[in-house]
Ligand binder design. Structure first.
Ligand code: EPU
Length: 337
C-alpha cells in the first residue's frame, strides 16, 4: 500500500493551521486498516478536522477517514436503524435522513465534521447529543488487530466526552471508527426547548414544527451566530462550558446576576463559557492573528495566517483573564496534535 509523505494538512483542518504529516493515507474501506504498515509507530485518526488544533508538523502516520456509505439497516416496532460510513459528512448525512422521512437528528444540523468523529466528543447542540441516538458502532482496534464493536453503553457518553476520549484513543490513534448505526425512534417528538430554536420557530409562526422545520430553524440560528469555517477558519466552541459546584455557582450568581447557569442532574451547575469570555472583554478581541468571534465569544477564529502557537497564545490569554475575573478554569474542547 502506498503511503504519501510530507502531506500538507492545512486544507484538512477547519482552523486552516499549517502543518504537514510525515506519512499520510486516505482510508476508503475498513479492510485497508489491517495493512501491517499502519499498525506500528505514532498514528493519528483524522475525520473532518473541525475539532483540531494543529500545533505544527506531525511526525507520524495520519489516517484520513473517508469510508463512504449510508443505508437503512433494519427496523423494529419502536425504531429504525440507519448505518453510515465514518467518512460521510455529518450535515449531509443528517439532511439525507430527513429527505428519507426519518426524523431524529435534525437538531444536529450544520455541525461540521464526519459521522465517524461524531461519537468521539459526543457532538451536541440545541438540546440533543449524538449519544442519545446512537445504537452501536464498528471500529478497527490497532492493538488487537481486530474489528471491534461498541453498543451505546460501551461508549460511556457524557457532555462532550466518550470512552474514546477517556481511553486516550483520540490522541494515540488506538481505534479507528469505521461505521456508526443510529437508532431513530418511530414515536418522534419535536425537540425545540432550546430558547434560540423556539424563538426562531415563533418568528416563522410555526406552532407544530416538522423535523424539517426544526432543521431549518437550527441552520438559521447557527448561520447567524457561528462563523462559516470556509470563510472564517474556526473549530466551533473552543472551550467546554465549565461545570462547577453549586456552592461556587451560587457565589458567582450573587456577584454576577446575569450569569447563565444550567443545573445538572448530579447537582453541579454548568456555566456559559461564552458569557464568561464576553464579560472578560474577549468578544471580538484579537491577539495577533487569533481572536474570539464577534458574534459568539466561545468561538476562536483564525483571522488569517495563524499558526498553532498563535492559537495557544490567545487561548492562554483568554483562560488567564477568565480565571482571574471569575475563578473558573476553561478547558479547551478541540484535540491538539
Ligand atoms: N453567551 C454570551 N456571550 C457570547 C456567547 C454566549 O453571553 O458571546 C451566552 C448566551 O447569551 C447564552 C449562553 O451564553 O445565554 C449560551 O450560549 P449559546 O446558546 O450560544 O450556546 P453555547 O453554550 O455557547 C453550546 C455548545 C455549542 C452548541 C450550542 C447550542 C458547548 C461547548 N458548546 O454553546 O456547540 O451549538 O450550545 O446548543 O457546549 C461546539 O461544541 O463546537 C458547539 C458549537
Amino acid at each position: 500500500m502506498m503511503l504519501q509523505t510530507q502531506v500538507d494538512l492545512s486544507p484538512f483542518n477547519t482552523l486552516s493551521l499549517p502543518g504537514r504529516a510525515a506519512l499520510y493515507r486516505r482510508i476508503t474501506a475498513p479492510a485497508q486498516l489491517a495493512a501491517p504498515e499502519l499498525g506500528a509507530g505514532r498514528r493519528f485518526i483524522l475525520g473532518g478536522g473541525s475539532n483540531l488544533v494543529l500545533t505544527g508538523d506531525f511526525d507520524g502516520l495520519l489516517l484520513h477517514m473517508a469510508i463512504p456509505g449510508k443505508r437503512l439497516r433494519g427496523e423494529d416496532g419502536e425504531a429504525i436503524y440507519i448505518e453510515a460510513g465514518a467518512g460521510e459528512n455529518w450535515h449531509d448525512f443528517v439532511q439525507w435522513t430527513l429527505d428519507q422521512g426519518w426524523p431524529g437528528l435534525e437538531n444536529l444540523s450544520l455541525i461540521p465534521g464526519t459521522v465517524g468523529a461524531a461519537p468521539i466528543q459526543n457532538i451536541g447542540a440545541y438540546g440533543l447529543e449524538v449519544g442519545e441516538c446512537l445504537h452501536s458502532l464498528t471500529a478497527w482496534d490497532f492493538a488487537k488487530q481486530a474489528v471491534v464493536s461498541f453498543d451505546r453503553d460501551d461508549c460511556r457518553f457524557a457532555y462532550r466526552d466518550s470512552r474514546f476520549k477517556q481511553e486516550g484513543w483520540h490522541l494515540n490513534g488506538g481505534i479507528a471508527i469505521t461505521s456508526v448505526v443510529f437508532r431513530l425512534a418511530k414515536a418522534w417528538q419535536p425537540n425545540c426547548r432550546y430558547a434560540d430554536v423556539a424563538q426562531e420557530l415563533a418568528v416563522r409562526h410555526i406552532a407544530a414544527p416538522t423535523a424539517r422545520d426544526i432543521a431549518t430553524a437550527v441552520i438559521a440560528v447557527r448561520q447567524r451566530k457561528l462563523p462559516d469555517p470556509a470563510v472564517t477558519p474556526n473549530a466551533g466552541s473552543f472551550f467546554h462550558n465549565p461545570v462547577v459546584s453549586a456552592l461556587q455557582a451560587d457565589a458567582l450568581k450573587a456577584a454576577h446576576p446575569t450569569l447563565p447557569c444550567y443545573p445538572q442532574p448530579d447537582g453541579r451547575v454548568k456555566l456559559a463559557a461564552g458569557w464568561l469570555i464576553e464579560q472578560a472583554g474577549w468578544k471580538g478581541k484579537t491577539l495577533g492573528p487569533v481572536g474570539m468571534y464577534e458574534k459568539q465569544a466561545l468561538v476562536l477564529v483564525n483571522q488569517g495566517g495563524a499558526t498553532g502557537d498563535d492559537v495557544k497564545r490567545t487561548m492562554a490569554a483568554v483562560q488567564a483573564d477568565v480565571l482571574q475575573r471569575f475563578g473558573v478554569a476553561l478547558t479547551p474542547e478541540p484535540i491538539f496534535l
